[in-house]
Design a protein around this ligand. Structure first.
Ligand code: SAM
Length: 245
């Protein structure tokens, strides 16, 4: 059943307005009697029926509250260095499916793509739409935020200042495995950092480590960046979150 995120609290009767109402009426061509799953601001989920339509609003009545347990206990941010457009789209979508709670796009030395301010904002809006659609499709009860693109230097600064637990996927790490690193991290908030197609420079790797990032290997093979993001998220969610449970 189609899923809609509602900015408000579930009640016996609610009204959907704005772009969501427009989408229901003019894209889905919804009719009275049609049912939809609504997720509210607090993550409550309800099966609702459309009972009335006006020019700019759809009225829904609650049929039943549904059990919703699709959010991981782990706060997991994917810090992903910019990839070519379609790869980045895929990574954002998969991050949502794998339970990430945020995506932070990062611009580093070897990123092939470069955006000016206007294009960067257009990209962010596009990724946010992809994330919202993925959240609906995979049954999440929270939307995730795609943050504005940050430089690797400002990311390192934030890591140092906030003392974040950063799992730094580094293709040249030979000793520390992701599994061993995760077993040492006690907090419930993890940032997974994945490089661009061209990887990290030695200077960047040193800066990330100096800021407190824990460099880890994902295994003996060099993965494409988008594969590394998906594998890394899966490993973290398996070890510390809800994947496979
Ligand atoms: N520097 C390499 C090159 O150009 O040949 C490869 C970069 S790799 C395609 C892109 C990113 O995926 C890396 O920066 C790293 O974050 C991640 N990655 C890929 N394989 C990995 C592995 N075996 N262990 C840890 N990270 C890996």
């Amino acid at each position: 059943m189609r899923r809609l995120f509602y900015k408000g609290q579930l009640a016996d009767r609610i009204q959907i307005t704005g772009s969501d109402a427009h989408h229901l009426m003019h894209v889905m061509r919804a009719k009275p009697g049609q049912e939809i799953v609504v997720v509210d601001d607090m993550g409550k989920v309800g099966r609702m029926v459309m009972v009335a339509f006006s020019a700019d609003a759809v009225t829904l009545d609650l049929k039943e509250e549904l059990k919703a347990d699709t959010e991981s206990p782990l706060e997991l941010i994917l810090a992903q260095c910019l990839l070519k457009a379609d790869k980045m789209d895929t990574v954002v979508q998969k991050a949502v499916e794998l339970g990430a709670t945020g995506v932070l796009p990062i611009c580093s030395r070897n990123c092939v793509v470069r955006y000016d301010a206007k294009k960067a904002e257009n990209r962010r809006i596009r990724w946010q739409k992809i994330a919202d659609e993925a959240a609906k499709q995979c049954g999440r009860t929270a939307l995730i935020e795609v943050r504005p693109i940050a430089s690797l230097a400002s990311f390192c600064e934030a890591v140092q200042q906030e003392g974040l637990d950063v799992v730094f996927c580094y293709e040249n790490e030979e000793q520390e495995t992701a599994k061993a690193c995760l077993q040492k991290l006690a907090g419930g908030r993890i940032v997974l950092l994945v490089g661009p197609e061209g990887g990290f420079t030695l200077e960047e790797a040193a800066a990330i480590t100096a800021a407190g990032g824990h460099s880890v290997t994902l295994g003996p093979r060099i993965l494409r960046a988008e594969t590394a993001a998906i594998a890394g998220l899966s490993i973290v969610q398996y070890e510390k979150g809800d994947l496979g449970s």
